[in-house]
Design a protein around this ligand. Structure first.
Ligand SMILES: [Zn+2]
Length: 135
C-alpha cells in the first residue's frame, strides 16, 4: 500500500510518524502519533489506531484535541449507558450529521462539529433519563 502524505491543516506542514513519547513524554502509553513537522511551534498531532499506522483522524491543535476528548466523553455515555449499542450510536452520528460511517468519527470532527455532537448527545442522555424517571 502506498504511504499517504498527511498534511497539517493549520500550517500545511507534513505530518511525521513518531513515537508517542515525542509529544507525551513520560506520560506516553506507547504507540505512535502523526506530528506536524513544525511541532512544537505548531502544536498539532493525532494518534494512530493501536497496532497500525492509520491515523485516528485529522491533526488537531490543543483546543481541538480537548474539544474532541470532551465530545467523546459525552457521546460515549450513550453507548456506555446502553441507550444505544456502540455501532448504533455511531450510525446515529452518521444520520444526525449526514455523514457516511467512515466520516462519523470524532477524530475527523472540527471544533464546531464537536459542539454540535455534545449538544445532541446531551439531548439523548437527558431524554433517556426522563423516560426512566417516568417509566
Ligand atoms: Zn502544523
Amino acid at each position: 500500500m502506498k504511504k499517504q502524505t498527511i498534511r497539517c491543516p493549520y500550517c500545511g506542514g507534513t505530518a511525521i510518524l513518531r513515537d508517542a513519547s515525542y509529544v507525551y513524554g513520560d506520560k506516553s502509553r506507547g504507540g505512535q502519533v502523526y506530528v506536524c513537522s513544525h511541532y512544537p511551534i505548531c502544536d498539532s498531532y493525532v494518534g494512530v489506531h493501536p497496532g497500525t499506522v492509520i491515523p485516528k483522524g485529522t491533526l488537531a491543535n490543543k483546543e481541538l484535541r480537548q474539544k474532541r476528548i470532551q465530545a467523546h466523553q459525552t457521546f460515549d455515555q450513550i453507548w456506555k449507558q446502553r441507550i444505544l449499542s456502540k455501532p448504533d450510536a455511531y450510525r446515529w452520528i452518521a444520520d444526525k450529521f449526514c455523514l457516511n460511517t467512515k466520516q462519523a468519527h470524532i477524530g475527523y470532527f472540527s471544533s464546531y462539529m464537536c459542539d454540535q455532537l455534545i449538544a445532541e448527545s446531551v439531548k439523548v442522555l437527558h431524554n433517556n433519563r426522563r423516560q426512566h424517571a417516568f417509566g
